[in-house]
Design a protein around this ligand. Structure first.
Ligand code: PLP
Length: 352
């Protein structure tokens, strides 16, 4: 495992003599309200002794009913990251390549490299507000003819959110041979989310969803993909048995019956995001408009600011591994927690 991620690192914390519960974590982009009571109760009733259902039948049935697709169009994974790796293994080889819309989540490149595939990127520039030129991207796709295209929408870490027409143009440029992996992991908590499911009718599209983000189940690991049945079966063949444990399946089923929790989280994200934009601007820090539940902020030296904040028991994501060493990424949390972050940033930047 070489990809750098947000989240707390036990070894690093030990070195600093800190305990995870002493920290306020802005480095994982999860639901600011945490796990709902219903989900916690359902998870606590899971059977820890029996093998879980290998095929996640009940959860797939609930997802299929909700998304209006067949259960044959759904594969559940040990986090969406497992599905990213399985897709890369299913679709890439040393004579095939993928194209990644960058800067973005590091596991796409990791998965493609481990699968032996070539990696191309379409790079967004800060000067363009981190928006990709769709013309440049479609030309690259036609030239390279990738077997896989990874597009994170809204994108981690920039918060750029392409609309349906832009995604369709990317899909159309691919023709029939490639598979577009649309990583929808952050759409549930995004501003103005749109329904990507109808894109499946175009063929050669897979939608990835992460329940670890919207329901704060990062420790449980739960994600799923939606695709044509032949893509699902080719990917499922590579999945180790019992990848999705019973706690995750029980939590997932309860989460699907708890839309109120997502609605409440969306309100918190909207309120805190407005507060953060305002305060970051007041600190003179450039912050990019983000449709997602996290913000990309230019602070000068991302690694240095992260270390200084850590000493104040606040964790942010240094974006050096995204190729953005001047930036940090901040997850949107509850208003009172965001106030603590702003106060700590003010102290670290010497504005007080
Ligand atoms: C864009 C994106 N996709 C997928 C994942 C992995 O999510 P999961 O916890 O479902 O494996 C992450 C995690 O940070 C992510 O940022």
């Amino acid at each position: 495992m070489t990809t750098v991620h947000g989240g707390l690192d036990t070894a690093e914390l030990r070195g600093l003599g800190l305990m995870p519960e002493q920290l306020l974590d802005f480095s994982s982009n999860i639901n600011p309200l945490g796990i709902s009571r219903r989900v916690r109760e359902a998870a606590s009733r899971a059977n820890l002794s029996a093998y879980p259902d290998r095929h996640c039948l009940e959860l797939r049935e609930a997802l299929a009913a909700r998304l209006d697709v067949s259960i044959d169009n759904i594969l559940v994974g040990n986090g969406s990251v497992q599905l990213i790796h399985l897709l890369a293994r299913a679709r890439l080889s040393p004579v095939q390549s993928c194209l990644i819309f960058a800067p973005t989540f590091g596991e796409y490149e990791e998965a493609a490299t481990l699968a032996g595939g070539g990696v191309h990127t379409v790079q967004a520039k800060e000067a363009d507000g981190f928006r990709w030129s769709i013309d440049t991207a479609t030309r690259a796709i036609k030239r390279i003819r990738p077997s896989l295209v990874f597009l994170c929408n809204p994108n981690n870490p920039t918060g750029v959110f392409l609309d349906c027409e832009e995604v369709k143009r990317i899909r159309d440029a691919m023709g029939r041979n490639g598979l577009l992996v649309l990583d929808d992991s952050y759409s549930a908590l995004a501003d103005r989310p749109w329904n990507a499911i109808p894109l499946l009718d175009l063929g050669s599209v897979t939608i990835l969803r992460s329940m670890t983000k919207e329901h704060a189940l990062a420790g449980v690991r739960l994600g799923y993909m939606i695709a044509k049945a032949n893509v699902i079966s080719a990917t499922a063949r590579l999945q180790p048995a019992w990848s999705v444990n019973d706690v995750a399946q029980a939590a997932g089923l309860a989460a699907l019956r708890d839309d109120d929790h997502i609605e409440a989280a969306r309100k918190v994200v909207a309120e805190s995001k407005a507060y953060l934009y305002h305060e970051l601007n007041a600190l003179g820090l450039p912050v990019w408009p983000s449709a997602a539940n996290f913000l990309l902020v230019r602070v000068g030296k991302g690694a240095k600011v992260r270390s200084a904040l850590l000493k104040k028991r606040v964790v942010v994501r240094d974006c050096t591994s995204f190729g953005l060493p001047e930036h940090i990424r901040i997850a949107v949390r509850r208003p009172e927690e965001c106030q603590r972050l702003i106060q700590s940033l003010r102290e670290v930047l010497g504005n007080e």
